[in-house]
Design a protein around this ligand. Structure first.
Ligand SMILES: *Cc1c(COP(=O)(O)O)cnc(C)c1O
Length: 360
């Protein structure tokens, strides 16, 4: 049976990226040696690194005055690396979910943290809009897509201070006005590759701007030295996830880039949200205007709660994988990242319709 992968991360990747990774493990770049066995100093690898940075720059239209590099440790490491590098006195955080809350928690090790607004009162089902960004803070931290709750900030906000964004789960899903941000970071495993690599995009004047003494690995400046061939190469880079990221971004480029991704993502999300709103068995959990294009969260409609396990099994029998909601929301979550084909969304919609008919 064909499987439809709605996992929230790690998650579905473009088939062509997976196939090309399998081939590279056997024989990297015609060298007769596998990707997992090469030196990261072979010229073929240095080319992949340079191309990967270039693909990021092209696809996101990243200006020259920004550095782009890749490190380990996941987005969770950035939760403390951001304040280590950028927090001098006070930082401001928008608390739109547990990832945002965890980011703020780590910042407290380095200085004062002001939570400018939080939607915790309603289990993060919306994005707070009424707040003031303190101009005396060193930066304002946001989470653009809240993977667990299915809410998303759909615009690049105007910010009077340095804007820092965790874009782990919506990076490359739409065009972004990078100039509005001081820094953008995220784990690769939601939309740009497998787990094991983290992307950092940061305005160059912020590199080495810390007044704190930092360990080399923590200091952003270490990872983007002047000499291009040493970028993201201070220590051994995670070659496998970077390779898959390279292939994934090549696929995005071949399809036409982020405008095309955005259009496809809007179509897929609309298809599923329309069905949730139409179907008498289900209701969405997030406030409509803040609904995420990447993670679609829904629960059984009032009075139908007893049917939750039945629908879960019903969907499973029809090939749906990874639709169980996060435990803090319950119900269901279908993640529709770039590589999730429209056919999978259509299959899920058909399954929801069939289930409704069965219970009429
Ligand atoms: C998954 C996720 C994280 C955590 O990423 P790791 O790479 O596992 O540390 C952080 N923020 C958001 C928005 C996420 O979706």
């Amino acid at each position: 049976m064909k499987k439809h992968n709605f996992n929230a991360g790690p998650c579905v990747l473009p088939r062509q990226a997976v196939e090309s990774a399998i081939e590279a493990i056997r024989d990297f770049d015609g060298t007769g040696i596998g990707l997992l066995e090469i030196s990261h100093r072979t010229p073929g690898w240095e080319r992949i690194m340079a191309e990967t940075e270039q693909l990021w720059r092209e696809l996101l239209n990243i200006p020259e005055e920004y550095a782009v590099f890749f490190v380990g440790g996941g987005a969770s490491t950035q939760f403390f690396q951001v304040p280590a590098n950028l927090l001098k006195g006070k930082a401001a955080y928008l608390q739109t979910g547990v990832w945002a809350k965890k980011a703020a928690k780590e910042a407290k090790y380095y200085g004062d943290v002001e939570i400018v607004a939080s939607s915790e009162d309603k289990n993060y089902t919306y994005i707070p809009k009424e707040y003031t960004i303190p101009t005396d803070a060193d930066y304002f931290h946001i989470t653009t897509n809240n993977t667990i709750y299915g809410t998303e900030l759909h615009e690049d906000i105007d910010c009077p201070i340095t804007l820092v964004a965790d874009m782990s789960s919506d990076i490359m899903s739409r065009p972004v006005d990078v100039k509005k941000y001081g820094m953008i970071y995220g784990g690769a495993q939601k939309n740009v590759g497998p787990a094991g690599v983290t992307f950092v995009i940061i305005r160059k004047d912020l590199l080495g701007s810390s007044e704190r003494k930092l360990q080399s690995m923590v200091d952003y400046a270490t990872h983007y030295p002047d000499e291009a061939r040493n970028r993201s190469m201070y220590n051994t880079p995670p070659v496998f996830p970077i390779f898959v990221m390279h292939e994934t971004l090549k696929w995005v480029k071949e399809l036409g880039g982020l405008e095309v991704m955005y259009k496809m993502n809007k179509e897929k999300a609309e298809l599923l949200y329309n069905e949730i709103d139409r179907n008498s068995m289900f209701v969405g959990t997030a406030v409509k205007e803040d609904r995420s294009l990447m993670n679609v969260c829904f629960v059984m409609a009032p009075g139908k709660e007893d049917l939750q396990d039945e629908f879960f099994n019903f969907a499973k029998e029809r090939g749906m994988v990874g639709i169980k909601g996060h435990r803090s929301v319950g119900g269901f979550r279908a993640s529709l990242y770039n590589a999730c084909p429209k056919e999978s969304v259509e299959a899920l919609v058909a399954c929801m319709q069939e289930f409704e008919n069965l219970h009429k």
